[in-house]
Design a protein. Sequence first.
Length: 415
Amino acid sequence: MLPRVDIDEGPVGRPVSRSVPPAGSWWREGAIVATAFVLCLLGGVLHVDDTLAPPSAPLYAIAAVSSATLLARHRAPAVTTVATGVCGMLAAPLGLLPTPLIVAPAIISAYSLARRSEQRVTIAVLLPTAALLVAFTAFFETDFSWEDTSRLVTVAASPLVAAVSGRSAQHRRAFLAVMDERARRAEEQRDSEARRKATEERVRIARELHDLVAHQITLANAQATVAAHVVDTQPEQARTSLAELVQTTREALDELRATVGLLRQNGDTSTPSDPAPGLSRVPTLLSTFRRAGMEVSLHEDGTARPLPPAVDLTAYRIIQEALTNVTKHAATRSAEVRLAWERDNVAVTVTDDGGGSGTSPQRPPGYGLIGMRERATAVGGTLTSGARPQGGFVVSAHLPVPGVETTARGRQRDR
């Protein structure tokens, strides 16, 4: 188990890791302390006069104190480094030969200091400690040779090499932490984007299903009602209404199949490829309402222009849903559809002169007006609805249309 790392901001704005060993790692800390104690004892077997002797009592004391000090290297690495360095300085006055083994606790604490502290703190502690270790040892040696010089340089360089290794470990640990954080944020962003797209797709399909089911079922209900009224008195008209009912339900099934096909994967060859309805199919749409007994008129002002597919579908669905609402809620059997083509938008208006365009008390509130407003907003348009002062209800949408100049420039770019 890796030690827990708390990241704090240093005075210069760089992160400084302050490691705190977890509760289950004390056995590892004990092993490090025991290893340092053994190494320190082995280093004290060799004396200044190049003779071997069993560890003395002072050596046991130095090894025990310096090794036990390592337990504080996580909380106070600078103090631990100074304390272990002072213990290493006592080797020469006690007649011991300073070697990298006898200063093993200082080497371990130097590694911890460089790994857990800022660079300036590491330099400020290590350089004076190494210099004092060499000077203090040289002061107590009378016969100083080149061999002694190389040995002292090795002793002084050992904590510095350990510090370089600790610094590299700190940089690597910080780099891995940054990479993990970036990967986590990227994954969260991907998940969030996937959820957002899935939500948008569900709302879009819900609007399509609502418009389709509401329109076709309303027409089917009106045609069935007409057939039920005249089945005894006018059997020919009843058969005509029933035939239209069959046609309406067939069209409903076809459109439902096409809409449900949107849920298929992109690579599925059975996905329907029929074009989406647009304003070109409005006359056919109005004829279905006329066959259901509604009087619908269409008026068009201005010069019609090609619309983007999304805007074209939105205009068609708004007319379809508005007329469906007239059939379900309005106390009239007539409505008017008006298309007004302007320079940069097309106004789609559906009006009726009856009352009761709100939701029936027996019916829960629907999503017709909400869906129409969402469609208009999605393509950059606006939609308003409400009761007319002279009676009836009006639904009016303004949808953006590419201007003539914009269209001409687009064609030139295509060339």
